[in-house]
Ligand binder design. Structure first.
Ligand code: ZN
Length: 119
């Protein structure tokens, strides 16, 4: 954008035109006006006050027993979940969770997918 503005200024200076082309460089539209599809829905959800519409934040594990598993929201039939099994662990244990099939991590915590409305 900076090089485009520079070229516009240079072209205007060569033509001896009296108006200032800098005005055009400041007329960027709001990103929501250009966004389409899922990006637009994400921006609208953020504008409505939901900073994490796809639930990408790090969840704090609960008790994680078989009777009370950690609930992971998903709008799809499956979701990839990472578990940091121990506090000082240097890697993430990844696993696929499928709808209706609670799964136990290697550390013993249970996870279950719960249905969530899509964005
Ligand atoms: Zn784990």
């Amino acid at each position: 954008m900076a090089s485009l503005c520079g070229r516009i200024v240079l072209a205007a200076a060569k033509r001896n035109v009296t108006y200032t082309p800098v005005r055009f460089c400041k007329m960027m539209n709001d990103p929501i006006e250009h966004a389409t599809g899922i990006e637009k829905r994400e921006l609208l959800a953020k504008q409505a006050g939901n900073p994490d519409p796809f639930d990408m934040r790090v969840f704090k594990r609960g008790p994680g027993t078989k009777d009370s598993p950690n609930l992971i929201p998903s709008a799809f039939d499956a979701r990839l979940v990472g578990c940091v099994c121990e506090e000082d662990q240097t890697y993430v244990q990844w696993m696929w969770l499928h709808q209706g099939q609670p799964k136990r991590c290697e550390c013993g915590h249970w996870f279950k997918l719960v249905e969530k409305a899509p964005v």
